[in-house]
Design a protein around this ligand. Structure first.
Ligand code: FUC
Length: 837
């Protein structure tokens, strides 16, 4: 985005001024066509005719297809990490899907109680010797059979697999309708805009000569969804507000006079209490129709609706396995009443001011400007003023649009702020947004790439506090995960498996398909993020009080899980490469994760000066771990045998874990392994589902091949992105958005190898540009400006003091820094120089 536009928008937003064109010319995702209301009854897989008013849809919406296609591709997502909403912007009625992050079915409070819920792991550890002996005997089929039959659990992943459904699923908080009485006749100038500059959704149109506007945002400080309906003429608001609850919740409407109501309910399967509190405040006009579930206003000048929602869910790091209420906390009537009182007292303007201050303090930390001076004739003329779907369409035909690329990068940051804020759970498979009773993969926490990918952009794009919900989530896994670690592997520490819920579920699922269901590296992989958080922030207090125990116990698990062979070497047996291939006696992916967590644990123990003896053990395992191998095609081998197929284009590129997200393969330190990784990426091709392209983009960037990384980024935008810029697998999955944003940062700056690498993978197409505010490991913030594909200057701000090592091309520079000081870096007389500012 061109900076002048940003400034205008920020200035106008700060003043609370409404200026239609400024929203679309800022960083915005926008549409010029209203959506229909046809997806309104989505709860029976889009078949409202199946609704008979009593049978409850336990299952609706599955696989790659969301029955409400408009919701998926045309809606505008807003959120504050707790409350999520999608603004549909239909004309006759504003339709808003509502979510609260903790509204989940399943858990220990289901019908058969806590002990049943937790009694899910199988005691299989004693079989490891037999499995390993089978590998020694060359009987891989026996090893596979024993693994298949014993390393699953008793928990179904589908509601129809068991009653009660223990694993559960993320579920909708219902839908809001605000009928306007408008028809499409006489409609003009329609726009539905998501302004990333202010985290505000705006719907504008003219009708019979009157300009109408709806503005919506979800405030993090006030925990409320705020919607304002206005027009440029008084008395034009004739609105009927209604709310349709989640059909699997059972409850009662309570009305508050004419202008508000509450829905107090419990989920059918686990009794989770939840409350939605709604209030309307009008300027002028009259409230009519005293109904418990409706608000009707006639002839108002302006109406503000406030909606707040909560559940009784309580995060618990130390659940009592006999207590069905281990995750039950405060009555949501109390919290929502408090939030509502505060919201109404403050009113729209003050709430927006507070929201804007909170949001922009995070969002504005990073600026990206690509080819700001490119002659517009090189870009598609006028592209910047097209609605987003048309921009995407033009981009798909190969026409450059650097503004769209910047927008995609910033959209990932926007989504993270909207779906992951301290005090609530991490972003799930769809962030915080889902429109159905149940959904693909239970809209869960998927631990074999997806949840991890969600957090790749957090620290590097200067949003480290958005990572804290992930750390809290990991803490929920430790106690139950210790049982899982012991049952299946006789191991110390803890681990998780493929799928997580919000009730500490760490076991594998019932399936015997080990390719996905055998995933003991879930725990260690998650724990590497805890070290990353420390490494970026250098928050030693965090490491000491929270982080270290997680990292240490994961490293202990990893060591115990490995098979120590008689020659003293360690290998992962049994193991799998997620979602792909056989049960193996040394999947490269597992070794990659083990290396990473052991290196993290060694570094962490050194920082804190503790656990010297353990550190020795970790170093010894690292030294004796089966090495990475290069196979017959020159490829990095995925399994212990050289069975890779060069035609295999599987979406998971697990064996390159050490290249990315890990750091044990790099063109700088292990050039042969980097070359072998490149062979794998060439074999896998440049296509795939959304998140997979996002992953390969990061991996090409780590190979310092900017042009190839750019190809993957282009393919992600062209083939893995919906009109509203949401990533699609299909269906919508948010991981690809986050992977994409992280990948762009990786193209511009990397810091995983112990030094800050400036412009490591700059594509030729990005001739000129600048990025400000990226974060590097070691506690640095980095601004970079380049021209003609070359570094002009960089500014490194040291937030923590200490030595700074830099690499740019063949130039290296090391210098001491003072906490709080900034240094200008430039190339002069054939070398890199630093100058304290
Ligand atoms: C991983 C992927 C699937 C899907 C699921 C949610 O297991 O392999 O394709 O994205 O997560």
């Amino acid at each position: 985005m061109k900076r002048t536009n940003t400034l205008i928008v920020l200035f106008l937003c700060a003043l609370g001024i409404q200026a239609q064109s400024d929203y679309i010319h800022g960083l915005s995702v926008w549409f010029d066509q209203p959506t229909s209301l046809k997806g309104r009854s989505v709860w029976y897989g889009g078949r409202p005719d199946l609704w008979v008013g009593r049978d409850k849809p336990e299952w609706a919406g599955e696989g790659a297809y969301n029955p409400d296609q408009e919701w998926e591709s045309q809606s505008l997502p807003i959120g504050n990490g707790s409350i999520g909403a999608n603004i549909m912007g239909s004309l006759e009625a504003e339709r808003i899907t509502l979510n609260e992050k903790t509204l989940w079915r399943g858990g220990p409070n289901t019908e058969k109680g806590a002990e049943y819920y937790w009694n899910v792991n199988k005691e299989s550890a004693h079989l490891l010797d037999d499995i390993r002996q089978a590998f020694l005997d060359g009987d891989d089929e026996k090893a596979a059979k024993l693994t298949r039959e014993n390393f699953n659990s008793t928990a179904s992943y589908e509601y129809y697999g068991e009653k009660p459904f223990r694993f559960g699923n993320f579920t909708t908080m219902g839908e809001i309708y605000i009928e306007t009485g408008h028809s499409m006749v006489g409609l003009g100038d329609y726009k539905r805009i998501l302004s990333l500059d202010s985290a505000l959704a705006v719907v504008q149109y003219t009708k019979d000569g009157v300009e109408y506007e709806r503005k919506s945002f979800v405030s993090y400080p006030a925990n409320v969804l705020v919607m304002k309906f206005s027009a440029n003429k008084p008395g034009m608001q004739n609105l009927t507000f209604s709310y349709a609850p989640n059909p699997v919740s059972e409850g009662t409407f309570y009305h508050d006079s004419y202008d508000g109501f509450m829905w107090k309910a419990k989920l059918d399967n686990n009794g989770m209490q939840h409350t939605v509190h709604i209030k309307a405040v009008a300027k002028g006009g009259t409230f009519k129709l005293q109904k418990p579930d409706k608000i009707h206003i006639e002839g108002a000048d302006e109406v503000c609706f406030y909606v707040t929602a909560d559940t009784d869910y309580k995060i618990n790091f130390d659940p009592d396995f006999s207590d069905p209420k281990a995750y039950v906390g405060v009555n949501p009537d109390e919290t929502t009443a408090r939030w509502m009182k505060n919201a109404v007292k403050k009113g729209y303007d003050e709430l927006f001011k507070e929201h804007y201050a909170d949001y922009s303090a995070l969002f504005n930390r990073v600026q990206l400007d690509i080819n700001p001076n490119v002659p517009t004739t090189l870009e598609y003329p006028g592209v910047a003023s097209l609605p987003t779907p048309k921009r995407l369409k033009s981009y798909r035909t190969g026409k450059p649009d650097y503004g769209l690329e910047e927008l995609y990068f910033q959209f990932g940051r926007y989504l993270l702020i909207a779906s992951s804020r301290p005090g609530n759970l991490p972003a799930n498979l769809q962030g915080i947004w889902h429109n159905n009773v149940d959904g693909p993969w239970r809209v869960d926490y998927h631990n074999n790439i997806n949840l991890q990918m969600n957090y790749w952009p957090a620290c590097v794009t200067n949003l480290s506090e958005c990572m804290l919900p992930l750390v809290d989530f990991i803490r929920t896994l430790i106690k139950p995960g210790a049982v899982t670690a012991k049952s299946y592997f006789g191991a110390r520490g803890w681990t998780a498996s493929i799928s997580g819920n919000i009730f500490g579920f760490t076991a594998p699922l019932i399936s015997q398909d080990m390719s996905w269901n055998f995933n003991p590296m879930a725990g260690p992989w998650l724990a590497t993020h805890v070290w990353d958080y420390y490494d970026y922030t250098r928050d030693e207090k965090f490491l000491k009080e929270v982080g270290y125990d997680i990292i240490k116990s994961s490293a202990m698990f990893a060591v115990d899980y490995l098979w120590k062979r008689s020659d003293g070497t360690y290998t992962a047996a049994p193991s799998t490469s997620p979602e792909h291939g056989p049960i193996d006696q040394g999947a490269t992916f597992v070794h990659g994760v083990v290396r990473e967590i052991l290196l993290d644990a060694i570094a962490a123990s050194k920082v804190l000066g503790v656990d010297g003896k353990l550190r020795k053990e970790w170093n010894n395992v690292l030294a004796n771990l089966v090495p990475y191998c290069i196979g017959r095609y020159g490829q990095l081998m995925e399994w212990s045998k050289d069975i890779d197929d060069p035609k295999d284009q599987h979406r998971h590129v697990n064996h390159l874990y050490g290249l990315h997200p890990g750091h044990t393969i790099s063109p700088v330190t292990t050039p042969e392994l980097a070359d072998a990784s490149k062979v794998v990426l060439v074999h896998r091709g440049d296509g795939a589902t959304g998140w997979s392209m996002g992953w390969k983009l990061n991996q090409w960037a780590r190979l310092h091949d900017g042009n190839h990384a750019y190809t993957l980024f282009g393919n992600l935008l062209k083939n893995g992105t919906l009109d509203n810029l949401w990533d699609t697998h299909a269906p919508f999955q948010i991981d690809g958005n986050f992977g994409g944003t992280a990948g762009i940062a990786e193209m511009l700056m990397q810091s995983h190898m112990g030094f800050i690498h400036l412009l490591p993978a700059l594509p030729d197409m990005w001739e000129e540009g600048s990025v400000e505010g990226l974060c590097a490991k070691g506690g640095f913030e980095v601004d970079i400006r380049w021209n003609d594909g070359k570094l002009v200057e960089a500014v490194v701000k040291s937030n923590n003091g200490g030595r700074c090592e830099l690499l740019y091309g063949d130039y290296k520079l090391t210098f001491g820094t003072q906490k709080g000081s900034a240094y200008r870096i430039s190339t002069k007389n054939g070398r890199l120089t630093s100058y304290k500012l």
